[in-house]
Design a protein around this ligand. Structure first.
Ligand code: GLN
Length: 537
């Protein structure tokens, strides 16, 4: 039977609860434990798949095709453990299930209530990841303690505490200890109040992880300990890290957080094996050089919209012990001809995925600049579709070539809907989602990167390369380097007569890890580094 470790958040949002939970996951793995991670989100959307990147950042996709919260990306990157449909539940999904049962008559005429029906469904969802051989389930509760919509979630995890017994459940509360400049002091009151809120519900946190911009003095720690009813050694400081989020597990371990968890759960395990992790962080801190990568996207101002892409680019740099300066360029600026010099100045251009019309011409232009100026290019999903449109228009001379997503009346729909998608009405969960197998063509950059001919990568899109244009484009030098096993779907393209021009219909960024950088990102950054060397000589 697994132990349950719940991570709640207090005071404000955006404290990095996902990174903290993922760091705890890494620490448990480095102590030889088998873990599963889960995020419970109290909002009403059934999943984040239909939410705007402005509201919710990137949608992270699992192998089994769940459209989930971006924190699952942190979980996978920090722990290497794949997540699944069971790793992310929202209140909407839980209510939906309960209401469906009610309509079916499963409750035999009973009155359906928040407690026990919703809380029971929540407990069942949390327990659904308790498989044989799992030692610890780390479950992060989204939102902030005090949110009305989170109440049933907290009630459910309180009940699990009672049902599983005190040795089997641990509550860790992530909080914010602000530094008030005018007073020259850090303040513990917000934390006291948020812990008081938890205690009102019946949850007594066993440890506090305190996000803070300054070091916590002994006095402040004592105050937090006494007023929040947490032992002094369980008041852990999590200051802003200097270089990389991957430092967080080390910071937490240095303060004994993993020991504390072992003692709480009465687990006797050897000390954390963090050598590989430490070496990885030390490489980040002491890079051999820097390479500049331009990301031409629709949401250039949003850090979270391309979370996994930015991380994967960093990992690609880490594979060569390089740091990466990411230049965020709004596709619309490129479209207006504003930031062309900047696009020309970078060592590599990445065009990420996206939906809708805004910025597409800028992305197509970026693909053209990369092709014509021999700048390494990595196109992802829409970034591949834009590369195909650009090639069709400017190399094959197909005037007005486009994706039918944007222009239904284009004379050359080089990107189009496959029959299966033509009849889709609901927007939620109906794209080509999750892991699909792909066969790579021998002798291509794709095969060289992966070092194998058979791969599996995750998808999230509706549109595909139109097979009726394949021959024409191939004749002009576009290589279809990755295809679905039946040869029907184009999964990767590349241009051979170019230093490195590769694009994929899938999202390789979702499977990149700092310890195991994704081969496409590794080779893309490698090509960008080679370009800096040529520029310097
Ligand atoms: N909008 C495109 C499609 O649906 C690309 C999607 C994406 O980039 N994730 O096919």
């Amino acid at each position: 039977m697994a132990k349950y470790l719940f991570v709640t958040g207090g005071v404000v949002s955006s404290l990095g609860k996902g990174i903290t939970a993922a760091s705890i996951g890494q620490l448990m793995i480095s102590r030889g434990l088998n873990i599963r991670m889960q995020k419970m989100d109290p909002y009403l959307n059934v999943d984040p798949g239909t939410m705007s990147p402005y509201q919710h950042g990137e949608v992270y996709v699992t192998d089994d095709g769940a459209e989930t919260d971006l924190d699952l990306g942190h979980y996978e990157r920090f722990t290497g453990q794949p997540t699944s449909q069971k790793s992310n539940y929202t209140a909407g999904r839980i209510y939906w299930d309960v209401l469906r049962k009610e309509r079916r008559g499963d409750y035999l005429g009973g009155t359906i209530q928040m407690i026990p029906h919703i809380t029971d469904a929540l407990k069942e969802a949390i327990r659904s990841i308790d498989e044989a051989g799992v030692d610890i389930i780390i479950c992060e509760i989204g939102g902030t303690v005090g949110d009305i919509e989170g109440l049933t979630f907290l009630e459910a995890i309180r009940q699990i505490g009672l049902e599983e017994g005190p040795d089997n459940v641990m509550y860790i509360h992530l909080t914010y200890v602000p530094y008030i400049k005018a007073a020259g002091e850090v303040k513990t009151k917000p934390t006291q109040q948020s812990v008081a809120k938890l205690r009102e519900i019946g949850i007594l946190p066993h440890a506090l992880i305190c996000r803070s911009e300054v070091a916590l003095t002994d006095d402040v720690r004592r105050k937090l300990s006494l007023f929040c009813n947490v032992p002094l050694h369980a008041v852990i400081e999590e200051r802003d890290v200097e270089h990389s989020i991957y430092e967080v597990p080390l910071v937490l371990s240095e303060q004994g957080l993993d020991d504390l968890i072992m003692v709480h759960f009465r687990l006797a395990r050897p000390p954390a094996k963090l050598n590989k992790w430490r070496k990885m962080v030390s490489d980040i801190v002491h890079p051999k050089g820097t390479v500049r990568i331009g990301v031409v996207g629709k949401y250039s101002e949003l850090q979270d919209a391309y979370k996994s892409i930015f991380e994967a680019i960093e990992h690609g740099g880490m594979a060569h012990k390089y740091s990466v300066e990411i230049i965020k360029i709004a596709a619309e600026d490129v479209e207006d001809g504003k930031r062309i010099d900047e696009v020309l100045s970078v060592d590599g251009i990445l065009v990420p995925g996206g939906f809708g019309e805004r910025g597409i011409e800028g992305k197509i232009k970026a693909a053209q600049i990369a092709r014509e100026n021999r700048i390494p290019y990595l196109g992802i999903c829409l970034g591949m579709q834009c590369a195909v449109i650009e090639f069709a228009r400017n190399v094959c001379g197909l005037k007005g070539a486009d994706s039918s997503e944007r222009d239904k009346d284009t004379p050359h729909p080089v990107i189009c809907l496959m029959e299966e998608q033509e009849t889709v009405i609901d927007l939620g969960g109906t794209m080509r989602l999750g892991a699909w197998p792909c066969k790579l063509k021998k002798g291509t950059r794709a095969a060289e990167a992966y070092k194998t001919g058979d791969i599996s990568e995750r998808h999230r899109h509706r549109y595909e390369v139109n097979n009726s244009y394949r021959e024409q484009m191939e004749a002009k030098g576009l290589v279809f380097s990755g295809l679905s096993p039946d040869g029907h779907l184009v999964e990767m393209i590349e241009i051979i007569d170019h230093p490195w021009y590769v694009a994929s219909q899938f999202h390789p960024e979702l499977k990149s890890q700092p310890i195991n950088p994704h081969p496409l990102f590794k080779d893309f950054i490698g090509a960008a580094i080679a370009r800096t060397a040529v520029k310097q000589s």
